[in-house]
Every structure is written in structure tokens, then in C-alpha cells.
Design a protein around this ligand. Structure first.
Ligand SMILES: CC(C)(COP(=O)(O)OP(=O)(O)OC[C@H]1O[C@@H](n2cnc3c(N)ncnc32)[C@H](O)[C@@H]1OP(=O)(O)O)[C@@H](O)C(=O)NCCC(=O)NCCS
Length: 377
């Protein structure tokens, strides 16, 4: 048996954070350089077994951003916190909480030094961190785990996380990634009741938005799709917001300014979360569709958000994004699509994408998001 926390505290750890008395670990937010170098080595050693393109920049950036008031490079991400587990003065492991817009938190990676494994230390650490997060108002927790990482999968499934999807070849060609979620309450929000009571557009009205007007849904003649080199934040916001607010809570100006800032040439690295805005325009130059193209470590690329005026514009945009992804040496393209946007789902299916996940209320209560992916040849 491991010693009790109370004994360790009495032994003089001098740590301010309280831990439950039945927990042998003291759990502390990382506020200094505590063991950062050791943690960077641990992650840089463990993760390449499951993921491509994970080098020191991944872990270094993670620890750099944690503790900042806001993630300077995030748009869905608001901020990160690292929680450390200590036995006496000895850090034995850590976990990371990434706070997303709309009240969910991505938890992980969680890692414990090898010599301390299978002694329920990660369990104690996560018990305490999850308790603090839920007490602080977190609505949902989720993790993503390589299908090849049996210890991490068994660990999280044993903690009441439930499978929401399997992202194919997500961070390595031929290696799938599971998404697991856990809610503050045992049942997820009732979608229809919430949409109706909050006055937000229902499924039908969002679908109508996409199936909008014949006069705007021409045969595509003259429409051009290209990377929007210097996007205007106001124009991007005016175009995207009516659709985005149906499935993302807590949108504000910073969401769009961070998104546009990530398109700058000097940001085109994984650790700076570089993105491109790809737009389809009519002959008059009016925007007909927008996708934010996000290259991911391991060779995939994400389209999120993906919004269009019409089926024709949407189809052209998806095809151009496919070509763009191939040109950028991506082996997979995937898109996040709110459940209500049935036409987008249908067009993606027709363009060769398959359903990989149903993310339950990731960015807003009552609004599930589907993930459609396609491997590129
Ligand atoms: C996953 C990890 C954090 C678990 O840490 P740990 O302190 O050993 O976990 P615990 O002792 O609290 O295990 C709790 C339960 O999880 C499951 N589990 C943990 N390790 C397991 C393993 N190697 N194989 C199967 N199940 C395992 C078991 O059900 C275990 O309960 P049990 O020991 O009573 O059978 C640890 O293996 C690790 O650091 N791995 C490397 C980093 C990593 O890959 N993290 C995930 C990246 S997303």
C-alpha cells in the first residue's frame, strides 16, 4: 500500500493545494518549471510509439502554454492547465486539461513515470483533477487515445469514459484514434428540449440555411475556390457566425481574430497551430463557402468550420480542399459537421467521406457534431 497523503503533507511538502485525505498523492497545478524537463522527456519517449511527427516541440509547447491566461494560438481552445501528482517532493506523473469553448475540457495526455505504474497513481491523479474540473463548472470531459495504446484505453474506459468514435488514420497512416467522452451528469443533455427552450435554430432551420435559395445555388459556373490570403476578420465573422452559433457556445471576437491570425505565413508550423482559410466565391467575388483548413501532426488535415451557401458551392469547396490537402502531402482529410447540417453530411458522403464519430455536445449543450473522414490517395 502507498502511504496516505496526510502523512506526506505532515512530512513537509509545503504545497498549498489541498488533496483529499484518502489520496496518497498531492495534486498541484504546474506553476513553475516543476519537473518540466522530465515531463517533456517522458512524453517525447512515450508518444512516438503511437503518433507520427510528435517531437519535443509538442511537449515543450504544451508546457509553455499551460498556466497562461489564454492560449495565444487557440481558437476552439481557450487555455491549458497542467496538473502534477507528487509523492512527497517527487513528481510521479501529470495530466493536462485543455479548456474548450462551450464548457468541455480535453483531458490528457496523462502520463506516469514507468517505475510508478500500475499502482493506481494515475487513477488518484485523475480522480482529483476530474473532481476539481467538474466542481469548477466543466460540462464534459473527453480524451483521444490511439487504438494501439491498450493501457491508456483500459485506464479511461475504467473511468466511465464512453466511446464516441474511431478516427481512422488520424495521427499515423493505418493507426486509428478513439474519442471517449464523460459528462458531468450521467446523461448527456436532451438535444431537442434544449434547442427549443433556448430559442436556438432547430435542425430544420439550420438545414434550410444550407439548402438556401436557388438564385444563389447556380451551377457553379464561374465560381472560384482559393486560399484567402489576407482574410478580413469582420467579413469572416459575419459569414460564419450565423451557422457557428448553432453549435458553439461562447463565441466572441477573439475566436475569429485568432482564426485569422493563425493564417499568417510565420504561423505555418504545427506548434503555432497554423491554418489556411479556403473560400469559394461567385463571379462577383461574393463568398459562397468557407473552410478552415488545419494541418494536424501525423499527416491528416481538418476542415472546421465548414460552411456554405449552397450545395454547389459546398461540393466545389470540398473538392478543392481535397486537392489542397494532397498538395500539402496530407494522407487524410476530415471535417466536423453539426448533426443538424444534414445536407453537408450527405455531400461529404457523396464525395467519398465516411462517418467516423458522433462527438456528443462538444462545444454547446444539445449540439452533437459528426466527424466525416476520407483517406486521400
Ligand atoms: C496510462 C497510464 C497513465 C496509466 O497509469 P497507471 O498509474 O499505471 O494507472 P493505474 O495504476 O491508475 O491503473 C488503473 C487501471 O487502468 C488500467 N490499466 C492501467 N495500465 C494498464 C495496462 N498496462 N494494461 C491494461 N490495463 C491497464 C487497469 O484497469 C488499472 O487497474 P488495475 O491495476 O487495478 O488493473 C500509464 O500507463 C502511462 O503513463 N502510459 C504512458 C503515457 C500514455 O500513453 N498516456 C496516454 C496518452 S493519451
Amino acid at each position: 500500500m502507498l502511504p496516505k497523503a496526510t502523512n506526506l503533507a505532515a512530512a513537509g511538502t509545503g504545497l498549498a493545494d489541498s488533496s483529499r485525505s484518502d489520496t496518497p498523492l498531492v495534486v498541484k497545478e504546474l506553476d513553475t518549471a516543476t519537473a518540466t524537463a522530465e515531463f517533456v522527456s517522458l512524453l517525447t519517449e512515450e508518444l512516438p510509439a503511437h503518433y507520427d511527427e510528435v517531437d519535443e516541440t509538442f511537449a515543450t509547447n504544451l508546457f509553455r502554454v499551460s498556466g497562461m491566461d489564454a492560449d495565444p494560438d487557440g481558437y476552439f481552445t481557450l487555455r491549458k492547465k497542467v496538473f502534477v501528482g507528487l509523492l512527497g517532493d517527487r513528481p510521479v506523473g501529470f495530466t493536462v486539461a485543455t479548456f474548450k469553448r462551450g464548457g468541455s475540457v480535453k483531458i490528457g495526455p496523462t502520463a506516469v513515470f514507468r517505475q510508478f505504474r500500475r499502482r493506481r497513481l494515475a487513477s488518484f491523479l485523475r480522480d482529483e483533477v476530474e473532481r476539481r474540473l467538474f466542481a469548477g463548472g466543466t460540462r464534459k470531459l473527453y480524451v483521444t487515445i490511439a487504438n494501439s495504446n491498450t493501457p491508456a484505453l483500459m485506464f479511461n474506459l475504467g473511468r466511465e469514459f464512453r466511446v464516441e468514435g474511431l478516427l481512422r488514420s488520424q495521427y499515423r497512416l493505418g493507426r486509428d484514434e478513439l474519442v471517449l467522452g464523460k459528462f458531468a451528469h450521467s446523461v448527456a443533455t436532451d438535444v431537442e428540449t434544449l434547442l427549443q427552450s433556448s430559442g436556438h435554430p432547430t435542425s430544420a432551420s439550420v438545414s434550410r440555411d444550407l439548402e438556401r435559395p436557388a438564385e444563389r445555388d447556380s451551377d457553379g459556373a464561374g465560381m472560384v475556390t482559393s486560399v484567402w490570403a489576407d482574410p478580413d476578420v469582420g467579413e469572416v465573422r459575419r459569414y460564419l457566425e450565423p451557422v457557428l452559433e448553432t453549435y458553439i457556445a461562447g463565441l466572441d471576437a477573439s475566436f475569429y481574430s485568432h482564426m485569422v491570425a493563425a493564417c499568417a505565413p510565420e504561423r505555418q508550423h504545427y506548434h503555432r497551430k497554423g491554418k489556411s482559410l479556403i473560400a469559394t466565391r461567385s463571379v462577383t467575388g461574393a463568398v459562397q463557402a468557407i473552410a478552415v483548413f488545419v494541418p494536424k501532426r501525423g499527416g491528416a488535415a481538418k476542415l472546421s468550420p465548414l460552411v456554405a451557401n449552397s450545395e454547389t458551392a459546398l461540393r466545389l469547396l470540398i473538392q478543392s480542399c481535397g486537392a489542397h490537402a494532397r498538395g500539402a502531402d496530407r494522407h487524410k482529410l476530415y471535417a466536423h459537421v453539426p448533426m443538424e447540417m444534414r445536407l453537408t453530411a450527405q455531400v461529404l458522403q457523396e464525395e467519398g467521406f465516411g462517418l467516423e464519430a458522433q462527438l456528443r455536445e462538444p462545444y454547446k449543450p444539445g449540439a452533437d457534431v459528426l466527424v466525416f473522414g476520407a483517406e486521400l490517395d
